[in-house]
Design a protein around this ligand. Structure first.
Ligand SMILES: [Ca+2]
Length: 124
């Protein structure tokens, strides 16, 4: 807070608060945070890249897809498997592969745009 004014409000899903934050918490100088976070809130948009339907593309999506690509996870366990095919950028190739997981991971750390186009993939 600056001068008592709330500049931004972030909303987290139940159970997904970042470590050290409490519900209805505010951050000010007295918190002595060692780093300032540069947050990009990623809208689900049409959902491309968001395979677990939590409204964000992040390392969790990348991990789920990576697990799928090596046979550790069935596509039926991904609530939005159809959002997987995001690579190559702008021209999805009709598969859910490690390249898709990589792109999700890169998006989650700001290396590539999270504005993705995905192909129509069916879990079968
Ligand atoms: Ca997600």
């Amino acid at each position: 807070m600056v001068g008592g004014e709330v500049l931004n409000t972030l909303t987290f899903a139940a159970g997904s608060l970042p470590p050290g934050l409490l519900a209805n918490d505010t951050v000010d100088a007295s918190d002595h945070l060692p780093v300032l976070l540069d947050l990009e809130i990623v809208a689900g948009g049409d959902g491309c890249g968001d395979v677990n339907s939590d409204g964000a593309i992040n390392v969790i999506d990348a991990m789920l897809v990576a697990q799928f690509t090596v046979g550790l996870r069935a596509c039926t366990t991904l609530s939005s498997f159809g959002n997987c095919d995001v690579s190559p950028p702008g021209a999805p190739d009709g598969t859910c592969s490690i390249a898709d997981a990589l792109r999700m991971a890169q998006c989650s750390v700001g290396l590539v745009s999270c504005d993705m186009v995905c192909g129509a993939l069916a879990c079968n």
